[in-house]
Design a protein around this ligand. Structure first.
Ligand code: 5AD
Length: 364
């Protein structure tokens, strides 16, 4: 009988069938063995350093109406906010002084020229305040290629744009008419051509999503030569149209599938950066730590001012709503210490995969 360790250790390229087999493991022994193997691959390929990205949720005004998302355009049941330039820069300064090394600016998708100018301005300020020593990731949705280029020039060098699912049919089902997976993929190509380290990801456990779909997602990451992965369990939001449709997994199974996706992605993609996301923590308080043990190497502590956090609920029970940045940092440090993981401060922690592909020397 084949067991998961045979599949992983015989050195062959994992097929779609192999990946389905690994994701389909449910016996605790087999699942733990899978996590252990993924951790070993992480150790061999990139070491066990954990890098931090301070996450600033810069605004919740969004032109999109994604059927799963709490901050979708047509949800009227919360206050919309947009941080000012000074507020964002102050948060960036906090991140810099805390030694996080990198930050992520994430927000609702906006595509007007004023927004493009605003972000460019903010990026230039951030560059100034840190003398260019802060790594900057953007997660601001689909944009024109020239906007991506301007933001790159102004100091951003990584971009996260999730495809949500590589199955075009499923992508259609979770978005309003007119949204297209092909457009998303075109944006990933623009980002690559512009010079960004490119990140993408999916939600895990979407209604109607199969293990085969998830295996295809991992092969999509591989085929597109993705540098960074941010993915996590789908968690229903009470004010979203998808709330009434049952998710594929109940909470415990959803969490476990989240970890298995990290583990198998690590085994298949090897040297990429993989985030242990907040959605994992929403399902289990030590979810992010367990994500690291299953092969992830990045954590994104929330640095958004607590006054804005209740209005950035992409899904129900998002953790850290009343935890300020200081508390968030202290809790994280303690939690990681407890599981024996070590944080690296004041480094960008770039994707090794990116630097290998580009043949560049390592930035830091
Ligand atoms: N559950 C889990 N993740 C979600 N996101 C949005 N809504 C949800 C939800 N209900 C994720 C999407 C998006 C990212 C910013 O947040 O994957 O790309």
């Amino acid at each position: 009988m084949t067991c998961s360790s045979d599949i992983v250790s015989d050195g062959k390229q994992l097929t779609h069938k192999d990946i389905c087999f690994l994701l389909g493991q449910t016996e605790p022994e087999a699942v733990n063995a899978l996590f252990k193997q993924a951790y070993q691959v992480k150790r061999d390929q990139i070491g066990t350093d954990v890098f931090l990205r301070g996450l600033i949720e810069i605004g919740n005004v969004c032109l999109r109406d994604c059927l799963y998302c709490g901050i979708r355009k047509s949800n009227p049941n919360f206050t919309r906010f947009s941080m000012t330039k000074q507020e964002i820069v102050n948060s960036a300064l906090w991140i810099h002084q805390a030694g996080y090394g990198s930050l992520v600016l994430q927000g609702g998708e906006l595509r007007d020229p004023d927004f493009a100018d605003f972000i460019e301005d903010v990026l230039l300020e951030i560059k100034k305040l840190s003398g260019g020593s802060l790594g900057v990731t953007l997660s601001l949705g689909e944009q024109e290629k020239d906007v991506y280029a301007r933001w790159f020039e102004a100091g951003a060098h990584r971009y996260l744009l999730r495809i949500e699912s590589s199955n075009p049919k499923l992508f259609q089902q979770i978005h309003p008419p007119g949204y297209s997976l092909d457009d998303r993929i075109t944006c990933l190509e623009y980002l690559r051509e512009t010079g960004y380290q490119v990140g993408t990801g999916v939600m895990i456990g979407l209604p109607g999503q199969t293990v085969e779909d998830l295996a295809s997602d991992i092969l999509f990451f591989k085929e597109k030569d993705i540098d960074m992965i941010g993915m996590g369990p789908y968690i229903p939001h009470h004010d979203s149209p998808m709330f009434s449709t049952p998710a594929t997994y109940e909470k415990k199974a959803s969490f476990e599938m989240g970890l298995k996706m990290i583990a198998v992605t690590r085994i298949v993609l090897k040297d990429v950066n993989i985030a242990a996301t907040t959605a994992l923590q929403a399902l289990k308080s030590d979810g992010r730590e367990l994500g690291l043990k299953a092969g992830a190497n990045i954590i994104m502590p929330n640095v958004t001012d607590t006054k804005y956090r209740p209005a950035y609920q992409l899904y129900d029970n998002k953790p850290g709503i009343d935890e300020n940045s200081e508390a968030c940092r202290n809790n994280l440090v303690l939690a990681l210490k407890k599981v024996g993981e070590s944080i690296v401060y004041n480094k960008w922690g770039d994707s090794k995969h990116f630097h290998k592909r580009c043949g560049l020397s390592k930035k830091s």
